[in-house]
Design a protein around this ligand. Structure first.
Ligand code: AGP
Length: 612
């Protein structure tokens, strides 16, 4: 949460970095958007200029005429508030007393209160309520005490506790940016005549594709022609760790769509195919499957959408591979800690590879000797790096805060994994295995077909649902995790309450809310297996006056008591997620737009949650 970026360049070679900072910061806006700011070492005057405020980046850039400035070194920040309400004074960058040091930070400094008290006692005056400001004053304090800047920064890193990605500049070394990483992600972008640091890879793409992911505890500095990294006081040899990312700049742009979310929904046919081809031509899935096949116990964890992908995996593992898998929400990992041992495999699902809850679950299991499999969309992010096997989805950068294309690519990767385990355990024959794998090549086509077939009715449904306050989304079997995911999408971007649960649970309580016109969406996620049982649930709801919608395969057409049927073509359980989910994502998107919400930046949310 919060995005930071810093660029330092040789002005002769590279010119003004301000437009690059603005562009990069806008690509980070999905990480938080309640305030933003820039600290620039101004060309010519050599002054430290800080421009910041509450609000969206575009408005701040316009209000303070940011692009009218020239700088060869600068840092910038987009905020998701933790300590201190969104306001100009709490916006980053934060400065020291002298106004010669500026810092941006993502994370939480746990011991900030005691550091602040100590610094105030020494005469430092604080402007904000943030934890971050202590970093600027601490650096100032160590310089005052006579330490060389690198020593001061080293000392600072040894004193601050908590999660942080930091970028700091000071006028004593105007072309240097100090950085430090602990828990919160930080990436270095390497260039010719410039270097950069940022919270993520997409924001670096307009600058470079040569990146280096910093590890916990690493700190150092960048200059236009130098990168220096240390870990616990010793220099780190980093050149072998540089990766060339395959993502293009276009992949991180809206590509003509009004919102990233819409673009990312529409990209699903292509990225599903790319993920499928990529996984078939690597051995990631096979290596993970052999770990699982020889394990005594299998857990899968993740947060939000990634947890829902985990539920789909648990479903296939039970029904196809005949293997129990315990799926749990990552932030609840302590409940399961006693069950992790060396005979356990934990699958950690995280598109960003940085979610703190998932990372902590992973570390808890690893500490007890469990083997870890990561499923992630970001190469070299922390979760895959700390795992024994990493399975990568090939969805390209996902910028919209609501996860869309990464969900279905996770589902695809996990389905291939469940099939491979089923084969290794002899739960399916070789021919059934190959036939199923072959059919998954169609996942992208199913997604395209689902979107096409549903478009008119989705529009109609938006017209009806935009007026309601609440709805149910129900399913059975595989339909349950799909309903959970659909409900999360509706809630996140439209702010309409949507609750998902197994359709059979209706009569155990939730039906009490149903009255005339209450919308209930049923998901038919198979080729008709659940039709009869779902039919009874539809009738129960209809009898209480519900407005009933069925979204499902052809096998669900012609049911009684249905007010709207959205037929998505022919599919069975193996291919259902690809046909069912995109129309429901589109429904959520269109509801958000119809209600005047910004689907790319839903209130109170940040894409990558790196604080507990
Ligand atoms: C999904 O739409 C949400 N924004 C959120 O639930 C997300 O899936 C969750 O925070 C996990 O993120 P990750 O996949 O990057 O770990």
């Amino acid at each position: 949460m919060c995005g930071i970026i810093g660029v330092t360049a040789d002005p002769e070679v590279y010119g003004n970095v301000v437009p690059r900072l603005v562009e990069g910061l806008k690509l980070l806006e999905y990480r938080g958007y309640d305030s933003a700011g820039f600290a620039l070492v101004e060309c010519g005057t050599g002054r430290l200029v800080v421009l910041k405020d509450k609000g969206r980046i575009d408005d701040i850039v316009e209000k303070y005429r940011v692009t009218g400035y020239c700088a060869a070194t600068g840092i910038a920040h987009t905020r998701w508030a933790t300590h201190g309400a969104p306001s100009r004074v709490n916006a980053h960058p934060h400065m020291d007393c002298s106004g010669r040091i500026a810092v941006v930070h993502n994370g939480i400094i746990k011991n900030f209160a005691e550091l602040r008290a100590m610094l105030e006692e020494r005469g430092h005056r604080f402007q904000s309520e943030t934890d971050t400001e202590v970093i600027a004053h601490l650096f100032e304090e160590y310089l005052r005490q006579g330490l060389e800047p690198l020593d001061a920064f080293r000392r600072l890193v040894s004193v601050v506790e908590g999660a942080y990605a930091i970028a700091l500049i000071h006028l004593g070394e105007p072309s240097r940016i100090y950085f430090a990483r602990n828990v919160s992600p930080l990436i270095i972008g390497l260039g010719n005549g410039f270097n950069a640091v940022s919270s993520d890879i997409p924001s670096l793409l307009p600058l470079t594709r040569r990146v280096l992911a910093l590890r916990d505890g690493e700190y150092g500095f960048i200059e236009p022609y130098k990168v220096y990294i240390e870990y616990r006081g010793r220099p780190v040899a980093w050149s072998e760790r540089v990766t060339h990312v395959a993502w293009s700049v276009e992949a991180a742009s809206k590509g003509g769509y009004p919102h990233y979310m819409l673009k990312e929904i529409m990209e699903q046919p292509r990225v599903l195919y790319e993920t499928y081809m990529g996984l078939l031509s690597s051995d990631e899935v096979q290596r993970a499957a052999s770990l699982i096949a020889s394990a005594g116990r299998v857990f899968i964890t993740g947060a939000g959408t990634s947890y829902h992908a985990g539920l789909v995996f648990a479903y296939y593992m039970a029904t196809v591979a005949g293997t129990p898998v315990y799926a749990f929400i990552a932030s609840e990992h302590e409940t399961y800690a006693n069950l992790f041992d060396s005979d356990t495999v934990l699958i950690a699902v995280s598109q960003s590879g940085e979610t703190i809850d998932t990372l902590q679950a992973l570390r808890a299991a690893r500490k007890r000797g469990s083997k870890i499999i990561a499923v992630s969309n970001v190469v070299a992010s922390t979760i895959p790096r700390e795992s024994d096997v990493a399975i990568y989805t090939r969805a390209g950068p996902e910028i919209g805060v609501a996860a869309t294309k990464t969900f279905l690519t996770q589902v695809l990767a996990l389905t291939l994994l469940s099939l491979e385990v089923a084969r290794l355990r002899g739960a399916v024959s070789e021919s059934m295995y190959s036939e199923s794998v072959k059919r998954l090549a169609d996942s992208g086509r199913k997604a395209g077909e689902g979107l096409e077939r549903s478009s008119r009715q989705v529009e109609r449904l938006v017209g009806l649902l935009k007026e309601v306050k609440s709805m149910y989304i129900l399913g059975r079997g595989l339909g349950v995790p799909l309903a959970l995911e659909a409900a999360l999408k509706v809630k996140e971007v439209s702010y309409i309450h949507a609750e998902a649960y197994p359709a059979g649970e209706s009569k155990h309580g939730p039906i009490a809310l149903v009255e005339e016109g209450f919308p209930v969406i049923f998901i038919g996620a198979d080729d008709g297996d659940m039709r009869d049982r779902l039919q009874s649930n539809v009738m129960e709801m209809k009898a209480r006056g519900a407005y009933t919608v069925v979204v499902g395969s052809n096998a669900y057409s012609g049911m009684k008591g249905v007010d709207m049927y959205i037929g998505l073509g022919a599919f069975d359980e193996l291919t259902a997620p690809y046909a069912v989910i995109p129309p429901l994502q589109l429904l959520a998107y269109k509801l958000a737009v119809a209600l005047g919400r910004d689907p790319d930046k839903p209130r109170n949310l940040a894409k990558t949650v790196t604080v507990e």
